[in-house]
Design a protein around this ligand. Structure first.
Ligand code: SAM
Length: 308
């Protein structure tokens, strides 16, 4: 390893270049590799994650370890999942002074979150913290939320600035989207601070922001739909046809398989459900809050379930 190793300044652009060159590794755009070079950012991000009070942390995409090292300094146990195998030998060296970290080589989208929670964290609470690869922001967020792991207390993420705006948008605004409502079902999202492109190497074209999602505990969700899968199907239909009025948008929903292949939401069924749920039929679906989606899905459930 290069001489600058002694400083172990994982946010120095020069150091990052040196370790990568000496390992024969190049930045992979396809993996969304923009490494942090502003040392304040990983510290503030790790501080935010530590506020959860959880003893363990799960990181997605450690890169060469700038955020990982800050997590190791604040948490009892850290697991970091990295897809790029060429970075693993670098991480083994940059994090050599920490004995509380486990690096897993793999695609986070294929990882069994509950197995990590059970087998490595031993069922202890954990916080998720990451400077996300932007090309898979939504699938990663949805995977984390849908895991519904009671030991996962919070999610602190660096995302593209416009995604941060979407995650925290209010119903009816142009930034409000399917992911906004989905997140609002599982937890409370907040924008913490903005990060300029100059904080990364290579510099991304977009600005970034760190957000946190404080996850609701079981039984504390804002709504309790009879059929969660149906509620999410309605959300997808409403946001997939943003310009359509709610009733028309609902007719395009793909119902969960258990409702049977022949069962469709006709205009009449959609009208009846909207009325039963007490939702204004002239609104566009994209303006509905999580409570309205839950009411609508419960109404629909009552109407179509007897036909099963
Ligand atoms: N944490 C480092 C930092 O802040 O400097 C690197 C962040 S960089 C924006 C994203 C990292 O995620 C890269 O190291 C990339 O290789 C990794 N990555 C990309 N796709 C991934 C996936 N599907 N699963 C796990 N890691 C992934």
């Amino acid at each position: 390893m290069p001489a600058s190793d002694a400083n172990n300044n994982l946010c120095s652009a020069q150091y990052i270049r040196e370790v990568m060159v000496s390992a024969g590794v190049t930045f992979k755009k396809g993996y969304g590799q923009n490494f942090l070079i502003n040392p304040v950012v990983p510290k503030k991000t790790a501080d935010a994650a530590a506020k959860s009070g959880a003893p363990c942390a799960l990181e997605i995409g450690p890169g060469i370890g700038a955020l990982t090292a800050e997590l190791c300094a604040r948490f009892e146990r850290v697991v970091a999942v990295e897809i790029d195998e060429t970075l693993i030998p670098i991480l083994n060296k940059t994090l050599a002074s920490y004995d509380n970290v486990t690096i897993i080589k793999g695609d986070f989208l294929d990882v069994d979150i509950k197995a990590i929670s059970r087998e490595i964290f031993g069922g202890k609470n954990y916080a998720v913290c990451a400077n996300l690869p932007y090309y898979i922001t939504s699938p990663i967020i949805m995977k984390l939320l849908e895991a519904k792991d009671p030991s996962m207390l919070s999610i602190t993420l660096m995302v593209q600035s416009e995604v941060a705006t979407r995650l925290t948008a209010s119903p009816g605004t142009s930034d409000y989207g399917a992911i906004t409502v989905a997140v609002s079902y599982y937890g409370r999202a907040r924008r913490l601070f903005s990060v300029s492109p100059g904080s990364f190497m290579p510099q991304p074209k977009v600005s970034s922001a760190v957000i946190s999602i404080e996850l609701y505990k079981k039984g504390q969700y804002p709504v309790n739909p009879k059929d969660e899968e149906l509620m999410f199907a309605l959300m997808r239909a409403a946001f997939g046809k943003r310009r359509k009025m709610l009733i028309n948008a609902l007719t395009s929903a793909s119902l969960p398989k258990r409702y049977g292949s022949g069962v469709k939401i006709t205009k009449e069924i959609a009208k009846a459900a909207v009325e039963l749920a007490n939702v204004d039929p002239s609104v566009r679906g994209e303006t509905l809050s999580i409570s309205q989606f839950a009411a609508l899905s419960d109404a629909l459930c009552d109407i179509i379930s007897p036909k099963l």
